[in-house]
Design a binder for this molecule. Structure first.
Ligand code: ADP
Length: 399
């Protein structure tokens, strides 16, 4: 079954055509600089990479280029659009309404529009992608796979904020959580690796990329997660602050003369690794400064990240009353063995015993715990596209 996976962002569209049954990627690529100068499309078929300049104005133009490429006589991988069985869209926010991957029927488009205010930087672009595909290949079913839906079974004590309850009831202000596709994928892989039924396993997934979120997954459901209503809370990230004393927001505005926009910019774009180190949002740059140049603020930025990560793991073990597997994924989690070592240090009391030698792997699926570690510590590369393809197949097969 051929699934076209689309991830439409503000100025780019990632695409991938996958045979979901064999898990073979036939082509993957990226349309870049939509609405900017010199847009281009680049793609990879097996190991061969190509790119070309294109003349487009919007997401529809970008997706038309993608579809043309798929059936291109010279470069294409399909004979006709009939060979696309379904399109799976990465959709950031499903709100409370969409708790599962969903077939995007025309009559639901209004409901999708209503979600835009929940993720104004992401959902409108996702929706533009859906509209364009519906226009360009109207016969093919479209499925939305939400970043939030894997967290839809959070208990109220984990998703209601201790604020006036009306905010939740009247405005839908609550913890939603993100990166659900990644948490779902790596937790299923983890259950497989530890030979425990998914429905019985207690797993903590640490998704550590530019964005960072951890999830407590009990019996196949996310029961707590570190991102919330917004994507700025929890563990400090590349440029986002993570949790801090919320009283500071009003203090900075009322007593220090900051505008609301300045505080917003500060906590989303100037904090985290970048804010503390003053060097970069990229973990590798910060590590280089700390370890090769002895930069103290860079080391402090890493220490804060690892310390907060460790505390979240401890709290999720408490929340689940146990742990079978601790999973590290995404850029830092998959590759940064130094971060895994720092986070797992002094966690023996909680059954977390890292094997330092085995841990020295980058970008590979591996069990990096000691033989006698009660908790299995796993590095698992995430594959959100495969998960989107599998979800799309599940929804389409249930039609
Ligand atoms: P995104 O959230 O944009 O998908 P990624 O999952 O690609 O991001 O993660 C990007 C982060 O992973 C960056 O901070 C980068 O420095 C970090 N990273 C990538 N490779 C390594 C590595 N070998 N060691 C440490 N960190 C790494």
């Amino acid at each position: 079954m051929n699934i076209l996976i689309i991830n439409a962002g503000s100025s780019s569209i990632k695409f991938q055509l996958m045979d979901v049954d064999s898990e073979e990627t036939k082509i993957k690529g990226l349309v870049q600089r939509i609405n900017q100068d010199n847009p281009e499309i680049s793609w990879k078929i097996r190991k061969e990479k190509s790119k070309k300049k294109i003349n487009i104005e919007d997401h529809r133009g970008g997706l038309k280029e993608v579809l043309d490429l798929l059936v291109d006589k010279e470069n294409g991988v399909l004979e006709s659009y009939d060979q696309i069985d379904a399109v799976g869209h990465r959709y950031v926010h499903g709100g409370e309404k969409f708790q599962d991957s969903t077939l995007i029927k025309d009559e639901l488009m209004k409901d999708f529009e209503k979600l835009n205010h929940l993720a104004p930087l992401h959902n409108p672009n996702n929706l533009a992608g859906v509209r364009a595909i519906k226009e360009l290949i109207p016969e093919v079913p479209n499925v939305a796979v939400f970043d939030t839906s894997f967290h839809s079974k959070l208990p109220p004590k984990a998703y209601v904020y201790p604020l006036p309850y009306e905010l939740y009831e009247e405005k839908g202000i609550r913890r939603y959580g993100f990166h659900g596709t990644s948490h779902h994928y790596v937790s299923m892989e983890a259950a497989d690796m530890i030979n425990k039924p998914y429905e019985e396993a207690k797993i903590i997934t640490c998704h550590m990329g530019n964005g960072i979120s951890f999830s407590a997954i009990d019996g196949g459901h996310s029961v707590d997660t570190s991102l919330g209503f917004s994507t700025v809370c929890g563990i400090p990230m590349g440029t986002r602050s993570g949790d801090f004393d919320v009283g500071l927001v009003t203090h900075l505005i009322k007593s220090e003369g900051y505008s609301v926009d300045e505080v917003h910019e500060m906590i989303y774009k100037k904090s985290g690794l970048l804010g503390v180190s003053g060097i970069s949002n990229d973990a590798r740059d910060v590590e280089k400064a700390a370890w090769e140049e002895g930069n103290e603020r860079a080391q402090l930025a890493l220490d804060i990240l690892h310390y907060k990560a460790k505390k979240y793991i401890g709290s999720y073990i408490a929340a689940m009353n146990g742990l079978d597997a601790l999973v590290f994924t995404a850029g830092i989690g998959e590759n940064g063995w130094e971060s895994r070592e720092a986070i797992c240090k002094d966690m023996e009391y909680l059954g977390i015993k890292l094997d330092k030698e085995k841990n020295r792997v980058r970008g590979k699926k591996a069990d990096v715990s000691k033989k006698n570690s009660p908790v299995r510590i796993l590095a698992i590369p995430t594959n959100e596209e495969l998960m989107i393809a599998k979800e799309t197949k599940r929804v389409v097969n249930n039609l």
